[in-house]
Design a protein around this ligand. Structure first.
Ligand SMILES: Nc1ncnc2c1ncn2[C@@H]1O[C@H](COP(=O)(O)OP(=O)(O)OP(=O)(O)O)[C@@H](O)[C@H]1O
Length: 312
């Protein structure tokens, strides 16, 4: 659990984060959105003390982060940023091993961890471990960046625009990977993004920042139905509301009994992408398959239309 208590950051006369309080529940994904310069990155960096607050405090599992030594913060809180921040002269394996090496883990334990993470991110350890970052695609580098952030088994992961530089197809895949990894490790994730679609797809809770303050901190559905201010409503995009609702849910949750013709959709796909696939295929229904390829039922236009309507 992360408890942010009346935290303020000033640079000279400028208040960048203004008396923010919020509690982030364990094993959830919290997404921070807001206009450029609203203080999102600064707020996040105060969690792992890359930025020291002017006033206020932050508790990590009940303990003030100011009382936790630096090496311990690095172990407990992973950090992944846009552009991956990989060390260019270290191999992929060495990059992932950075924090475990600093912490003095035994070599066999480090090697096992590197192998586990590369496998989890669908990168063959024998092929990718010895390569250098410039020998990887942008999407592969991004995965290595997240793998490195997870290497010391942190229970908190901070991510600053982690998918910002990726093209839409790889970005969607990276988001699915993140959801799977969050489930696998039970990590508490705080993620900053400019992309509202990404926010609605990933978040358990969304925090909207404006001029250093949190103007709304709520579950995505709640924010859609009851935006706290005009600013929040504008940010969500009123015309996008039905589609945002569909972004929140997976096809698995919308699967109905019955048969359908056409190219199957994976249960993990967002309902929004399923709607798009249905419209593009010109069909009323498409089959749904699980991760192992088994038929689960079908997803229908009518079913998705019901889910896109304003919640009662
Ligand atoms: N070290 C610093 N010294 C002075 N001002 C700073 C410093 N770091 C950040 N700021 C200012 O604080 C404000 C908030 O910055 P921050 O990076 O937290 O915003 P953000 O919401 O993450 O923005 P973006 O979405 O553009 O990344 C900006 O106006 C920025 O110029």
């Amino acid at each position: 659990m992360i408890e942010i208590d009346s935290i303020t950051k000033r640079y000279g006369d400028t208040t960048v984060v203004d008396n923010v309080s919020m509690t982030i529940a364990p094993r959830t994904i919290t997404v921070i959105v807001g206009t450029s310069g609203s203080g999102k990155t600064t707020l996040m960096r105060m969690i792992n003390r890359l930025v020291e607050p002017t006033s206020g405090k932050i508790l990590i599992d009940g303990e003030p982060n100011s009382a936790i030594p630096g090496y311990e913060l690095r172990r407990r809180i992973g950090y992944a940023i846009q552009g991956h921040g990989l060390f260019p002269h270290r191999t992929v394996g060495e990059n992932i091993a950075t924090v475990p090496t600093l912490l003095g883990w035994e070599k066999s334990r480090i090697d096992a961890k590197v192998k586990e993470l590369l496998t989890l991110f669908q990168l063959d350890p024998a092929a990718f471990g010895p390569r250098y970052p410039h020998e990887l695609s942008g999407g592969q580098q991004q995965r290595v960046g997240v793998a490195r952030a997870l290497a010391a088994e942190p229970n908190i992961l901070l991510m600053d625009e982690p998918f910002g530089a990726l093209d839409p197809v790889i970005r969607a895949k990276a988001q699915e990977d993140l959801l799977a990894i969050q489930k696998h490790f039970g990590t508490t994730i705080v993620l900053v993004t400019h992309d509202m679609e990404e926010a609605f797809h990933l978040a358990d809770k969304i925090a909207v920042m404006d001029k250093g303050r949190i103007v709304q901190y709520a579950a995505p559905e709640e924010m859609l139905v009851n935006p706290a201010t005009d600013f929040v409503e504008t940010l969500i995009g009123a015309g996008e509301r039905p589609f945002r609702l569909l972004s929140i849910g997976s096809v698995g949750e919308a699967t109905e009994a019955g048969e359908a013709e056409g190219e199957a959709i994976a249960a993990a796909t967002s309902q929004r992408d399923a709607l798009s696939a249905l419209l593009w295929a010109g069909r009323d229904a498409l089959p749904v398959v699980g991760a192992d390829g088994t038929r689960l039922g079908r997803v229908t236009l009518a079913g998705l239309a019901r889910r896109a309507a304003r919640p009662q």
